[in-house]
Design a protein around this ligand. Structure first.
Ligand SMILES: *Cc1c(COP(=O)(O)O)cnc(C)c1O
Length: 430
C-alpha cells in the first residue's frame, strides 16, 4: 500500500485507516456516508507551522474562507488568532457568526455588490481588496453615503504565471482578477486624494495550488517595485498582502513546506528598506484545511467490464459532493478504509451515481474492492464541501470534526425536504 501523505492519517490493527486516532469505519457507522471528516489537530498544526515560520516578524494569516466555510472550522481558526479573507457578504456573515475579529478581515473578489461593501464597512472590516477602477469609485461613494472612511488595498495583477491549472491561475494579465500593476499607481494616487478612502496596503493573489515558491517570490518582487513608486509619491502603505495559493500534496506533488513558503517571501520583503517594517499578510485556504479532511464514501456496486473495457466501482459520493476531479481534473488519493487481506486488486474507475460522464472521483485506481467497502478520498478538507451542490437532488454530506479524540457532528446531512424548502407550486398548478 502507498505511504499515507499526511501524519494525521494512520493504519492500525488489520491496517484499518484512522484520522487523528479515530477509525474511519466508526465515523461511517455513526454518521453514515458520504461524510466529510476533518482533524482539528491537523488544522491547528498547519496554522502553527505558518505562524512559527514567521517567528516574531509582524504578519497576519487571513484564512481564505471559500476553501471550507463550516462555522466550526472558522471558529477554530478565529480562536487560533487567524484573520479571514472573504469573497462575499455571505462569507462575512459566517466569519462574524463564528466569532472572527472584523478588523482582521480582508474582502477580495471582482464583483462586490453595493450591499456587500456597505455590510463590510458597517462591520468595520480591516481592508477591502479593490479589483478595478469602477469598484474603487463605488467603494468611495458608499463610504461617503455612510460617512465613513473605507480602508482599501488595490489587488494588483503582477502578471506572473502560477504554473497551476488554468482555472485556478489568477495572476496572469488575461485573468479577470486584479488591476494591471502598471495601472496601479494612478489609482493609488486617486485613492490617496479621496477623503472617504484610506490606503492601507497592496494586495495580490496569483493562483491556487502552487507547488513552487518561485512565482510567489516573483509576485512579491513586483509588489515591492510598486511600493517603491508609491513611496516616491508619498503614499503610505501599512501592509503587504501576498495572497494565498500555497499548494499541498495530493498524490505525488512535492510542495514546499510552511517554512519554505514563508522564507520565500520574507527573504525578499525583508531585503527592502521600507517593506521590512510592514506586516506581511498571507491568505492561505487549501494549505490550512486541505490535508486535514477526507471524504468518506461507501462502494454501492461493482460493475466489472465483461470484456476488456473499464470496470466501474460506483460509490455513494459523487461530483456534487466533491467537484475537484470533475472541474479541474484533479487527482486525489483514494484509500481503502478496511483493506482486504486476500482479495486481489483490480483497476477501477471510481464513479458516483450522478448522471454525467464527468462524475468521477478517480480514474484507473488499483484497489481490492467489494460492495459495501468504505473508501476515503484524501486531501478533501479544502474545496470539498464548500463547492458541493445539490445536483440530482442529493442532500450534501454530513461534516464531522475529530476534536481531541471525539467525533463531533459540525453539519448535519441535508434532508431532501430542506432542498425544496424555498420552492413553491403556484396556485395555477395546484
Ligand atoms: C481562493 C483565494 C485564496 C486562497 O487560495 P488557496 O489556494 O486556497 O490558498 C486567497 N486569496 C484569494 C483572493 C482567493 O481568491
Amino acid at each position: 500500500m502507498n505511504p499515507l501523505p499526511y501524519a494525521h492519517l494512520a493504519r492500525g490493527a488489520e491496517h484499518e485507516l484512522s484520522l487523528d486516532g479515530t477509525p474511519l469505519s466508526r465515523i461511517a457507522r455513526d454518521f453514515g456516508t458520504p461524510t466529510y471528516v476533518y482533524a482539528r489537530s491537523a488544522i491547528a498544526q498547519a496554522y502553527s507551522d505558518l505562524t512559527r515560520a514567521f517567528g516574531d516578524r509582524p504578519h497576519q494569516i487571513c484564512y481564505a474562507v471559500k476553501a471550507n466555510s463550516n462555522l466550526a472550522i472558522l471558529a477554530l481558526l478565529a480562536r487560533l488568532g487567524a484573520g479571514f479573507d472573504i469573497v462575499s457578504g455571505g462569507e462575512l456573515q459566517r466569519v462574524l457568526a463564528a466569532g472572527g475579529a472584523p478588523h482582521k478581515i480582508v474582502f477580495s473578489g471582482v464583483g462586490k455588490r453595493r450591499d456587500e461593501i456597505a455590510a463590510a464597512l458597517e462591520a468595520g472590516i480591516g481592508c477591502l481588496n479593490v479589483e478595478s477602477a469602477a469598484e474603487l469609485s463605488r467603494v468611495s461613494e458608499i463610504a461617503r453615503e455612510m460617512d465613513r472612511i473605507a480602508p482599501i488595498s488595490l489587488r494588483v495583477n503582477p502578471d506572473v504565471d502560477a504554473k497551476t491549472h488554468p482555472y485556478i491561475s489568477t495572476g496572469l494579465k488575461d485573468n479577470k482578477f486584479g488591476i494591471p500593476i502598471a495601472h496601479a499607481p494612478a489609482l493609488y494616487r486617486q485613492a490617496a486624494r479621496d477623503p472617504h478612502l484610506s490606503v492601507v496596503g497592496i494586495d495580490c493573489h496569483i493562483g491556487s495550488q502552487l507547488t513552487d515558491v518561485t512565482p510567489f517570490s516573483d509576485a512579491a518582487a513586483r509588489v515591492l517595485a510598486l511600493l517603491d513608486q508609491l513611496v516616491l509619491e508619498g503614499i503610505e502603505i501599512k501592509h503587504l498582502d501576498l495572497g494565498g495559493g500555497l499548494g499541498i500534496r495530493y498524490t505525488d506533488e512535492t510542495p514546499p513546506d510552511a517554512a519554505d513558503w514563508v522564507r520565500a517571501v520574507v527573504d525578499i520583503v525583508d531585503a527592502h528598506p521600507i517593506a521590512r517594517h510592514l506586516p506581511i499578510y498571507l491568505e492561505p485556504g487549501r494549505f490550512l484545511v486541505g490535508p486535514a479532511g477526507v471524504l468518506l464514501t461507501r462502494v454501492e456496486y461493482l460493475k466489472p467490464h465483461p470484456d476488456d473495457g473499464k470496470s466501474f466501482a460506483i460509490v455513494d459520493a459523487a461530483m456534487n459532493d466533491l467537484m475537484r476531479p470533475a472541474l479541474y481534473s484533479s487527482v486525489m488519493a483514494i484509500e481503502p478504509v478496511t483493506p482486504h487481506a486476500t482479495l486481489p486488486p483490480a483497476t477501477w474507475e471510481i464513479v458516483g451515481p450522478v448522471c454525467e460522464t464527468g462524475d468521477f472521483l478517480g480514474h484507473a485506481r488499483n484497489l481490492a474492492l467489494a460492495p459495501g467497502d468504505l473508501l476515503a478520498v484524501l486531501g478533501a478538507g479544502a474545496y470539498g464541501f464548500s463547492m458541493a451542490s445539490n445536483y440530482n437532488t442529493r442532500g450534501r454530506p454530513a461534516e464531522v470534526l475529530i476534536d481531541a479524540g471525539e467525533a463531533r457532528l459540525v453539519r448535519a446531512r441535508e434532508t431532501v425536504e430542506s432542498l425544496w424548502a424555498n420552492e413553491m407550486i403556484p396556485d395555477t398548478l395546484r
